[in-house]
Design a protein around this ligand. Sequence first.
Ligand SMILES: NC(=O)c1ccc[n+]([C@@H]2O[C@H](COP(=O)([O-])OP(=O)(O)OC[C@H]3O[C@@H](n4cnc5c(N)ncnc54)[C@H](OP(=O)(O)O)[C@@H]3O)[C@@H](O)[C@H]2O)c1
Length: 285
Amino acid sequence: MKVWVTGAEGILGSALQKALRGKNIPFVASARRHADVTDGESIEAFYRRKGPFTHLIHCAAYTKVDRAESEPEEAWIVNAQAPEELGRLAAREGMRMLHISTDYVFDGISSTPYTETDLLKPASIYGKTKAEGEARLLNVLPDACIIRTSWLFGPIGRNFVSTMLDLMRSREMVRVVSDQRGRPTYAPDLAEALIDALDWKGVYHIANTGQTSWYAFALAIRASARSKGILLSCYSVEPISSIEFDAVAPRPRFSVLDTTKADRERGKPLRFWKESLKECLSIYA
Ligand SMILES: NC(=O)c1ccc[n+]([C@@H]2O[C@H](COP(=O)([O-])OP(=O)(O)OC[C@H]3O[C@@H](n4cnc5c(N)ncnc54)[C@H](OP(=O)(O)O)[C@@H]3O)[C@@H](O)[C@H]2O)c1
């Protein structure tokens, strides 16, 4: 077995390398400078240099949800075309491929958790490009595995926890959206689950247990940070609506993923997100 991980320097790609190392699974991880996933020659050259691989876990993506609204072509090339290109390579070389997707492929109108078979109806450019990437990949590699996850946070990379900590260290008051609900997912926990999923086929949802709002997530970050002795100047976290916050890209009001299928396959769910948050903050402390 030899695994290729793209997105080596991202939130998930970095956690995945640690998890693979912990399990003594041979792998090679590529960042953009090693293999630009939008450049066919670059990925072929990387494969020739470092391959062959038995598995590809594709974590690289264009993840700037707001910026994608003004850079749709770039988001499209990375999120829609690259998975298809990599899928063709995987089909030709007989590599299994795990592709990471997002809760933002759903419209958020539902009031019950989204299952793998629910209709994709993304509201944002980012969501549309990710939905198109899923479809294109399955078209060229029907045996691929697509893992949708949500609200990723972790000890490395820019994410909600690091952003909140920065704001809470520098400001006395922070306003956070309270009318969007989802399932925070700790990258190291997802990474462990991805290793279990190496030979899965089809679409799965994986997220930590429990759902919350960004506002309640922020409150939990502040409480956990304080309990770890992290100094914060923020004395007030205020809830605001999505309309007041006025983000550039529309986001689903409710993007809670139903993870029953993956939980059953693995024989257990991921732990409760607040447990993982505590672990994450001890690394920041
Ligand atoms: N973050 C979330 O909340 C979230 C939620 C649900 C699903 N997801 C999905 O989970 C996966 C992992 O996300 P993440 O949060 O780990 O993302 P991330 O931290 O933004 O990392 C993505 C990585 O992809 C790299 N990349 C972008 N374009 C590339 C290219 N053309 N060639 C090679 N590398 C390229 C980026 O490198 P550069 O820095 O050089 O651009 C970055 O290191 C993605 O598929 C994402 O859509 C994320």
